[in-house]
Ligand binder design. Structure first.
Ligand SMILES: [Zn+2]
Length: 410
């Protein structure tokens, strides 16, 4: 079989996804497999067994990231394929597992056809991508790129007080930093976690980058008072001001373009009492866009709107833009290989940006990287109803295979 015609085994991949989903299975068909839990340990051991079946040895680094590299004819840095096996609480069967088992299926396909690539191709399972048990998210891909130190990660504690470093040792996956290969390129297959591919009826999408995110805390101070004796025109009600500002947040995104999104996800009202005009309202704003200048502009529009609204209502407003994650565009050359792979498979090409963070966000800092998305039913993820059809998974894994083969050719 010529390399262009090589395809993964969709049944085998689906069976492996189903078997992995039994570890931490929930009664409603989802998975709870928190980082460094006993379920995580079982998932890791299953992965090691599968890798042994194709003659690959697993290496573990100092934060528990697992690596296996299939040698090529050259000693070039490997083309790494991967994602994560941890999940959120009552999560789905595909978020993360698809990228790890998709990579495994690529390696199995190469193994059964005795294909020796020029560059090595490897698999990686990142520890604690979700950040549900140990905050923040993506800690262990972040260690690889220098965003965090291993010591910082080891000192994370979960809500019960358990320490990351101790839990890593307890499940038997504390390795050495020098076990970590330097990736020559990185590809991550992942479910879309959004409704775009479904809305245009396509199985796969090529991810051009991960959007930038900026977070603001908005505090509005008014005059608390009794709900009865105060006439409407004499009030300085911060919650009414907040209501107007929140609608303005929606308009700021709607008026930009159809990729801009804005969310107010948290609001606190003081005193939060039925017969008292509130005195202070605090809420969060989350703006996301691929262009950092647009993020700046949106925060500026928020400041202007909030200033006008609170002044008119005799309240004051403070906006604290306390966190920003810059947009991460993926590598044009890797993307062009993804594009040729999609064309070789006879699939239509659709480019999109990821609205959520992934390990590829950090990997892009140290090597040419990209992602491939697979259609998610109803766009649902981080829930038990998460689902991707077998044909779509096969299309995604074949795109991963064909892209990896192109990247591994000298
Ligand atoms: Zn994920």
């Amino acid at each position: 079989v010529s390399l262009e015609d090589l395809r993964i085994n969709a049944d085998r991949l689906n069976q492996s996804l189903a078997e992995m989903a039994t570890i931490g299975a929930t009664s409603a068909g989802g998975v709870t497999r928190l980082a460094l839990s006993d379920e995580d340990r079982q998932a890791r051991q299953l992965l090691i067994r599968w890798l042994v079946e194709i003659d690959l040895q697993t290496h573990v680094d100092d934060v528990g990231n697992m690596w296996a590299v299939r040698p090529g004819t050259s000693t070039a840095d490997p083309v790494m394929l991967g994602s994560h096996l941890d999940t959120v609480i009552q999560g789905g069967r595909y978020d993360g597992a698809l990228g790890v088992l998709g990579a495994l299926e690529v390696l199995r396909t190469l193994h059964e056809h005795n294909i020796i690539t020029d560059k090595p191709i490897g698999l990686v399972n990142w520890t604690n991508e979700e950040g549900v048990r140990f905050e923040p998210a993506m800690t262990c891909s972040g260690v690889v790129t220098g965003a965090f130190t291993a010591e910082y990660v080891h000192e994370r504690h979960d809500r019960s007080g358990a320490r990351f470093g101790d839990e890593l040792t307890a499940i038997g996956f504390a390795g050495n930093a020098d076990e970590r290969p330097k990736p020559g390129a990185y590809l991550e297959l992942h479910i879309e976690q959004g409704p775009v591919l479904e809305s245009i009826d396509l199985p796969v999408g090529m991810v051009e980058g991960i959007v930038g995110i900026t977070w603001c805390d908005v505090t509005i101070v008014g005059q608390p008072d009794h709900a009865g004796p105060s006439p409407m025109h004499l009030r300085h009600d911060p919650l009414m001001a907040a209501a107007e500002i929140i609608l303005e947040v929606e308009r700021i995104a709607l008026h930009r373009d159809d990729t801009a999104v804005a969310t107010v996800g948290r609001i606190n009202v003081e005193a939060n009492v039925i017969n008292t005009i509130p005195g202070i309202v605090r809420f969060s704003v989350d703006f996301r866009h691929r262009d950092p200048a647009v993020l700046d502009d949106q925060v500026e529009l928020l400041r202007r709107a909030a200033g006008g609204i609170t002044e008119r209502r005799g309240a004051t407003c403070i906006i604290d833009r306390f966190w920003t994650s810059a947009p991460t565009p993926f590598d044009p050359e890797v993307l062009s290989e993804v594009s040729s792979a999609i064309a070789a498979l006879g699939l239509p090409e659709h480019r999109l940006w990821s609205g959520a963070g992934h390990d590829a966000r950090y990997l892009a800092d140290i090597c040419p990287s990209a992602m491939i998305f697979v259609r998610s039913r109803a766009g649902l993820s981080h829930c038990e109803a998460e689902f991707s059809a077998q044909e779509d998974i096969a299309a995604g894994a074949n795109t991963l295979l064909q892209t990896a083969l192109r990247l591994a050719t000298n």
